[in-house]
Write a protein of this length. Structure first.
Length: 242
């Protein structure tokens, strides 16, 4: 398993590993995102088995002892399975998550206390600024949250827009259609009255880059992609209630 590194924005790097046979014959990419700044931040750790490759990819960009923050959306192996290994390997790193996620799990799990962020709180990385967004059940789990890097207008999307197969690091091609097809096979986002409004709140940030965990990241009108995803969930909810 080889982890490839690509810059998808100014100081924003995608670390990508294709796992053949996962999620279908085309396989599935597992992507982490490293924000290089005065206080670098890694979003997603990958599964524990991916730690050697992912940590080596990080180390090609900066020494591990420079890593300051580690974050993720929700408690799941591909989101944070390698968290303990990264905390051990990066002595200056601290996990950072939403208040609910810290209270639910991280406060008890980690030897080093995590940094709690309130909804819409901004963490200044020095040269980059990340805003924490509480997004309960989007993409899934009550403790879910996403990060928006304000200087590059990059929304780190976690599982939103997931699509299978090997893909370019960054694309201007539509990712909504492939994502909807994937969700028909793996309906991973709960259908609730707040699902579409949450996606529209993300669209209101007007992101120009969507950093996608599984598949190609998107460059362009990110708001229209998110509005399209929200409309899809509006239709699903209407059909379920009919």
């Amino acid at each position: 398993m080889e982890t490839h590194t690509s810059e998808i924005g100014d100081g924003i790097y995608r670390l990508s590993t294709l796992l053949p046979g996962v999620g279908g014959p085309a396989g599935l990419t597992f992507n982490q995102f490293l924000i290089v700044a005065d206080e670098p931040l890694l979003f997603h750790t990958g599964q524990r088995a991916l730690f050697p490759g992912v940590s080596a990819a990080v180390a090609r960009l900066l020494p591990l002892d420079r890593l300051r923050w580690i974050s993720f959306s929700h408690v799941e192996s591909d989101e944070c399975g390698g968290l303990d290994d990264f905390i051990a390997a990066a002595p200056n790193a601290t996990a950072v998550h939403g208040t609910f996620g810290c209270n639910l799990w991280l406060n008890d799990h980690l030897a080093r206390p995590p940094r709690k962020l309130a909804n819409d709180e901004v963490l200044d990385l020095g040269g980059k600024r990340v805003r924490w967004l509480d997004t309960p059940n989007v993409p899934h789990d009550l403790n879910a949250g996403l990060m928006f890097e304000e200087t590059t207008r990059t929304l780190i999307c976690s599982d939103l827009f997931a699509h299978a197969g090997e893909s370019p690091a960054l694309s201007e091609a539509d990712i909504l259609g492939p994502a909807i097809e994937t969700m028909k096979v793996f309906p991973f986002t709960p259908l609730t009255p707040t699902t579409a409004p949450t996606m529209r709140r993300l669209a209101g940030l007007a992101p120009t880059t969507l950093a996608v965990m599984h598949g190609a990241s998107f460059w362009g009108d990110g708001a229209s992609q998110l509005e399209g995803l929200a409309a899809h969930y509006d239709n699903l909810l209407r059909e379920a209630l009919a």
